[in-house]
Design a protein around this ligand. Structure first.
Ligand code: TMP
Length: 212
């Protein structure tokens, strides 16, 4: 029996790319999307927060504000609210159709960012279960780069989250690197150094060997 192609293996699977700001995950989501689409696979690309009209509005509230003025609970609930909508409007229907869903960030980001801001991780698990039910990702790929490298990649005006102090971003990265020990769904880390093609090759190699 021949091994299934990557497209066959990923059909109906929910794959999340995550990591610190500037780690290159959005480029990797796009790259994998293009590869799968070119092979004729039905694939949906989306992002969290956002991905729906309601979610995009919530995204503007979150990233357009001075977060020093926003209580971390308010912040957390808004991220969860956006993804509750994303799951019901986009992710669940796409998976039911047998499409691959590629999502830029998910609850893993709430663990890292709101966790770094002091939110209790056990509560995040409860809230996450409430927001998405069983719809935790089949696989979360964390792209790992040092904070200074990530910051060098972020150009132009920083959003509210990116403007937080460096120590905050170090903490975010630390949580991402430990995520597989605390997250209720499979997490793998991929080395984000090198060219886009090199990182893409590592991602494909991971998807080929991971049990899904
Ligand atoms: P993005 O620009 O990569 O889409 O991310 C938006 C920002 O929001 C980024 O700085 C990470 C942050 N964020 C959180 O703080 N918590 C979350 O749950 C999510 C999804 C993103």
């Amino acid at each position: 029996m021949t091994a299934p192609s990557l497209a066959e293996k990923l059909a109906g699977k929910f794959i999340v790319f995550d990591g610190p700001d500037g780690c290159g995950k959005s480029t990797q989501v796009q790259r994998l999307y293009e590869r799968l689409a070119a092979a004729g696979t039905s694939v949906v690309q989306t992002r969290d927060p956002g991905g729906t009209e309601i979610g995009d509005r919530i995204r503007r509230v979150l990233l357009g504000h001075d977060l020093r003025a926003m209580d971390v609970r308010c912040e957390t609930f808004l991220f969860m609210a956006s993804r509750a909508q994303l799951v019901s409007e986009v992710i669940d229907p796409a998976l039911a159709d047998g499409s691959v869903v590629l999502c830029d960030r998910f609850i893993s980001s709430t663990y890292a960012y709101q966790g770094a801001a002091g939110y209790d991780l056990a509560r995040l698990l409860d809230l996450g279960n409430h927001a998405v039910g069983d719809r935790w990702p089949h696989l979360t790929v964390v792209i790992n780069v040092p904070v200074e490298r990530a910051f060098a990649r972020i150009s132009g005006k920083l959003d509210a989250m990116e403007s937080r102090p460096r120590a905050f971003h170090e903490k975010v990265r630390e949580i991402f690197l430990q995520l597989s020990t605390m997250y209720p769904a499979p997490v793998y880390t991929v080395d984000g150094s090198g060219t886009v093609d090199e990182v893409h090759a590592r991602v494909v190699e991971l998807l080929e060997r991971a049990a899904l």
